[in-house]
Design a protein around this ligand. Structure first.
Ligand SMILES: Nc1ncnc2c1ncn2[C@@H]1O[C@H](COP(=O)(O)OP(=O)(O)OP(=O)(O)O)[C@@H](O)[C@H]1O
Length: 256
């Protein structure tokens, strides 16, 4: 029995390592079907006894392996939409289907289960645990997603290497630059292999060089981790690397 255990543990880790280093071993992805479809979505909030109509009929499709950017003036509704796409909030009207799940009909608990497995989030302000090292921050995300422990070591190492932090794995956030902290946040957000990564102004706190680095990491993640990324931004230079840019004006897209 003890021999069996000794053999099984390294094998799970080894298998994970093989898949990390050679994504072509994984089955192909059908990029012709949308991963997420938003249709006729409206969202309003009660403010001062009146309804504030923030989203007024959003149509959006995200396809596998795409980098999609949402742009628009401050207050136009980008974060509100990202929250709906991520299952953190629900629309007043319209439908949101994510991998066939009707988010607009799901309960909070059902959306939480899907979110933990299939979605990753990156925020402007990094959202790292300050007392934990880069390694421990990424490991925490695997624990939260109920990923089996035998694959943790290979996955944490892979994610931190992917974002160029192999020499900073044991640093805590305050020992890292802003760009490095954001890269830890990316490693943390992708560790559990979500199919969709949502990022709310991930480069807003960074200078242009660090912002470009983060976009380079995003491009690499799409190829090697086979994820879709949807992000908001105000930065026109960054938009050049997008597959698709949606511009929001007064709660609607003007170019969809
Ligand atoms: N929970 C809420 N209650 C009331 N109003 C809200 C709520 N959430 C968002 N709003 C309002 O909705 C509007 C759009 O906000 P949102 O954060 O989506 O804009 P944004 O485009 O992301 O802006 P920014 O680029 O500044 O982040 C704002 O006027 C905001 O005050």
């Amino acid at each position: 029995m003890r021999t069996w255990l000794r053999r099984q543990r390294p094998t799970a880790d080894l298998q994970a390592q093989r898949e990390e280093s050679n994504p072509s071993l994984l089955p192909p992805i059908d990029t012709s079907q949308p991963l997420l479809t938003v249709s006729g979505v409206e969202r309003s909030f009660p403010v001062g006894g009146q309804q504030l109509h923030v989203l007024r009929g959003i149509e959006l499709e995200l396809y596998p392996l795409q980098l999609v950017m949402l742009k628009g003036r401050s207050g136009s509704g980008k974060t509100t939409l990202l929250n709906l796409i991520g299952g953190l909030d629900q629309p007043n009207r319209g439908t949101i289907h994510f991998q066939g799940h009707p988010f607009h009909l799901c309960s909070d608990d059902q959306r939480t289960v899907i979110r933990r497995k299939e979605l990753g989030f990156i925020f402007q302000s990094f959202a790292l645990m300050p007392l934990l090292s880069a390694w421990e921050n990424v490991e925490l995300s695997l624990r939260m997603a109920d990923v089996p422990r035998p694959g943790w070591k290979a996955r944490v190492t892979h994610c931190l290497e992917l974002v160029g932090l192999s020499k900073r794995m044991h640093h805590r956030p305050f020992e890292l630059s802003g760009g490095e902290q954001q890269r830890v946040a990316i490693a943390k957000a992708i560790a559990h292999k979500p199919s969709l990564l949502l990022a709310d102004e991930p480069t807003a706190e960074l200078d242009s060089q660090m912002g470009a680095q983060v976009m380079g990491v995003f491009r690499e993640i799409i190829q090697t981790e086979r994820m879709t990324i949807c992000m908001t931004t105000h930065d026109p230079t960054i938009m050049e690397v997008a597959d698709r840019v949606y511009e929001m004006v007064d709660g609607k897209f003007i170019n969809s």
